[in-house]
Design a binder for this molecule. Structure first.
Ligand SMILES: CC(C)(COP(=O)(O)OP(=O)(O)OC[C@H]1O[C@@H](n2cnc3c(N)ncnc32)[C@H](O)[C@@H]1OP(=O)(O)O)[C@@H](O)C(=O)NCCC(=O)NCCS
Length: 342
């Protein structure tokens, strides 16, 4: 680290209760990081970012900091939060520094705040992500004493290159391998009746590989589902869900796709999960084939679908590779055990 050629201060700001100026500073920093990761991508509009912050579900506590110069120019920001529906011994976090102000101690100053908060609150571990487009993240993370918890890939599928015969054959195959099962499509926020199914679908995500992240399960309830929906909708996002139901009508999994109106050519394939007792029947392939065919029909503006998976998730990668997803980013999750010597 070289001697800083500028003076900065780190100040605590609000997220859920952040002022317009505080949220604008964080949004500026985060948008620049996003465009380093995905050059040319449409940034989330500030108004959407603010509405998400102000509707942050109650299960997340929030601690946020901005680093700025004496004239108020933001040079970095950081955050950490725990999830009251999950492993309360753990905090997720991030530290971002704008490119021109790197290697001058801003990141370390922000990381110190995160770490002290975790220590003060008695948390046992913290995690954060680094991205291959910003290689400085790796030595920075190692310098803090963290170890790699899980390595993930973000990958993209070009809708125009979908193999429609393959999708049809997946649907036909699942119908014969899993007789009596059916799919239910849902457009938008969950109805009150569906919130229980949405919560159990979310619980199934606990079965995805966690490698050495060593975090606990997240078990949201129906009130959390409603709050997560409100935050999603208030930010202007829209979601399609396909629930998979067994012959008794019980939801045993599903998949979901999220749309962002400021990036109409992109859709995000988010959670996909099937209850372990119903795996290996072609149900995930069926749900994905169904939602992609609908996307092609009803959202012709969407050219690309992006998704993220752990490299260790053999079953999910087998499906996504067969669909034609190609890697666009490697995201590494780091884990740091918190103790008073940090
Ligand atoms: C990933 C998941 C959704 C797959 O559900 P599924 O209904 O069993 O999947 P399908 O039966 O439709 O297809 C699985 C395909 O993956 C492949 N596959 C399955 N297990 C595999 C393994 N261990 N290694 C390599 N490929 C594998 C096979 O090609 C199989 O298709 P086939 O049986 O037609 O040949 C399920 O394992 C799951 O819920 N995992 C936990 C949640 C999760 O990790 N979600 C993704 C997070 S990004």
């Amino acid at each position: 680290m070289s001697e800083p050629t500028f003076r900065f201060r780190v100040r605590r700001v609000g997220f859920r209760h952040g002022s317009d100026a505080e949220l604008a500073a964080m949004h500026l920093v985060e948008s620049e990081i996003e465009s380093e990761r995905f050059p040319g991508a449409e940034p989330q509009p500030l108004a959407s970012y603010m509405r998400y912050a102000r509707n942050l579900p109650s299960l997340f506590d929030d601690h946020t900091w901005v680093a700025d110069l004496s004239d108020g120019t933001p040079v970095g920001c950081g955050a950490c939060w725990s999830n009251s529906a999950g492993d309360v011994g753990h905090m997720e976090s991030y530290v971002y520094v704008r490119r021109p102000w790197r290697q001058s101690g801003v990141g370390s100053a922000l990381a110190r705040e995160v770490l002290h908060t975790a220590i003060d609150e008695g948390r046992a571990s913290i995690s954060w992500s680094t991205h291959d487009a910003i290689p400085a993240g790796e030595p920075f993370s190692k310098g803090l004493g963290a170890s790699v918890g899980r390595v993930n890939r973000n990958s993209e599928l070009q809708v125009a290159r979908l193999d429609l015969d393959q999708l049809d054959s997946w649907i036909a195959s699942a119908r014969s391998r899993a007789p009596g099962y059916r799919l239910q499509f849902w457009d938008g926020p969950y109805s009150k009746q569906l919130r229980g199914d949405a919560a159990s679908f979310h619980h199934l995500m606990n079965t995805q590989p966690r490698d050495t992240l060593a975090t606990g399960d997240i078990l949201i309830d129906t009130e959390h589902v409603a709050q997560l929906d409100r935050a999603l909708e208030e930010a202007g996002r829209h979601r399609w869900t396909v629930f998979v139901r067994n012959p008794s009508g019980i939801a045993i999994g599903g998949t979901e796709i999220v749309f962002e109106p400021w990036a109409p050519a992109m859709a995000y394939q988010r959670n996909t999960a099937i209850d372990p007792a119903h795996r290996g029947l072609g149900l995930a392939k069926w749900a994905k084939a169904e939602v992609l065919l609908r996307l092609r029909r009803e959202r012709p503006a969407v050219a690309t679908v992006r998704t993220g998976n752990a490299f260790s998730n053999a079953a999910m990668l087998a499906i996504n590779d067969a669909l034609g997803f190609e890697i666009v980013e490697v995201r590494t999750e780091w884990r740091l055990t918190v103790n008073s010597s940090n």
